[in-house]
Structures are given as structure tokens and as C-alpha cells.
Design a protein around this ligand. Structure first.
Ligand SMILES: N[C@@H](CCC(=O)N[C@@H](CS)C(=O)NCC(=O)O)C(=O)O
Length: 208
């Protein structure tokens, strides 16, 4: 039996990083896919604590909030730093990835037609701090010398950005190397190449 269950829409959306993390740790994931039609009926929404998906189950533990899920898995699978200071830095990195993800989501869902070009133009400014951090850390990870949940989250978002603008990492060697190295991790590579994952849209409105 899969130890973990994810209930979510049939999109990568807020769960790409979680899936990559679990794949990298060799963990099974049972997926309950909810259609937009089922969601529209309201019963599932009413059953969710904050009225939204994803929902993640680890045995009796039920979690909402995708970043809480990443933190939970980080704690369980050794991807939350080697000490409290590293953990705090990883939190800081992940919060910054979340800030950027929110900007991306706003553009995708609210202003794709009018805001996409401006978003791409500003992307270099948004990516620069991550480039600086990765260039400084010889391990090639955001914090310390091992991969953390914030790395998976950044990697997932950068893959979305590359779909949005294939050249967006061209002037960021550290980010490019981070993406290449993470994508080459054997179990992540296998996930990225698997048909079910590949064919899943990034976003619920089909824009990317
Ligand atoms: N902060 C939440 C956001 C969750 C969220 O925005 N869920 C969206 C799909 S990605 C949703 O459930 N939308 C349907 C609705 O709000 O009715 C998280 O990170 O999990």
C-alpha cells in the first residue's frame, strides 16, 4: 500500500515539487484525481478544511497547504537541513520561492494575455537573488550541502519558467546548472520522462 495519498486536480500545479521529492526518495504516492466537474458540485470543497486542494494524507495525518506538505516530507526524509539554523534558512528560501510562485500564478490565472510579456521581462530581476545564493554555495543547493524541500520547490518553479520562456536561464549559469543537476537525479529524471507526469498540464486553465 502506498504510504502517502494525494488528492488534487489533474495538473502539476502546486504538487510538482512534492511529486519530485517523493520520487527522489523512492516513495510511493497514491493519487486521487478530482475533476473540475466533481469539484464544481461543492461536496469535496466543503470537506476541505480551507476549501481548497491539494490534500495530503500520511496515515492518519491529513494535511492541507502544499508548503506544509513539503515541510512534513522534508522533516521525515532528511530534506530539512542538518540543524536548526539550516532549517530556518531553508524556510526562508522556500518562502521566497512561494512569493515568486504566487506572482506566477497571478499572471497565469488573472493576466496571462496582458501580463505575460511583462512577467517574462521582469523574470531576470526575480531570479537574480536565487542565482546569487546558488553561485555562493559550492554544493549547488540553496542551503548546506544536501538537497532540501526548498530546492525541489525552486526546481519545479524553474521548469515552469522554462516552459514560459525557454531562454530565461541563459544568463544565470548557477540556476542553469542547478536545473540540469536536479533534472539528472536518476529518479527525478525517470519521473520527468514518465508519460503520466509529462502529459499532466502545468496549470488548471491550460495556460503555461
Ligand atoms: N495555499 C494553498 C493554495 C491552494 C490552492 O490555491 N488551491 C487551488 C488549486 S491549486 C484550489 O483548490 N482551487 C479551487 C478553489 O479554490 O475552489 C496551498 O499551497 O495548498
Amino acid at each position: 500500500m502506498a504510504p502517502y495519498t494525494l488528492t488534487y486536480f489533474a495538473v502539476k500545479g502546486r504538487c510538482g515539487a512534492l511529486k519530485m521529492m517523493l520520487a527522489d526518495y523512492g516513495q510511493q504516492l497514491k493519487e486521487n484525481l478530482v475533476t473540475f466537474e466533481q469539484w464544481g458540485k461543492g461536496d469535496i470543497k466543503a470537506s476541505c478544511v480551507f476549501g481548497q486542494l491539494p490534500k495530503f494524507e500520511d496515515g492518519d495525518l491529513v494535511l492541507y497547504q502544499s508548503n506544509a506538505m513539503l515541510r512534513h516530507l522534508g522533516r521525515k526524509h532528511g530534506a530539512y537541513g542538518k540543524n536548526d539554523c539550516e532549517a530556518s534558512l531553508i524556510d526562508m528560501m522556500n518562502d521566497s520561492v512561494e512569493d515568486l510562485r504566487l506572482k506566477y500564478i497571478k499572471m497565469i490565472y488573472q493576466e496571462y494575455e496582458t501580463g505575460k510579456e511583462a512577467f517574462i521581462k521582469d523574470l531576470a530581476n526575480q531570479l537574480k537573488p536565487f542565482e546569487t545564493i546558488l553561485a555562493k554555495n559550492k554544493s549547488g543547493f540553496l542551503v548546506g550541502d544536501q538537497i532540501s524541500f526548498a530546492d525541489y520547490n525552486l526546481f519545479d518553479l524553474l521548469l515552469n519558467f522554462k516552459v514560459l520562456s525557454s531562454t530565461c536561464l541563459d544568463s544565470f549559469p548557477a540556476l542553469k546548472s542547478f536545473v540540469d543537476k536536479t533534472a539528472a537525479r536518476p529518479k527525478i529524471k525517470a519521473l520527468l520522462e514518465c508519460d503520466d507526469f509529462k502529459k499532466m498540464p502545468i496549470n488548471g486553465n491550460g495556460k503555461q
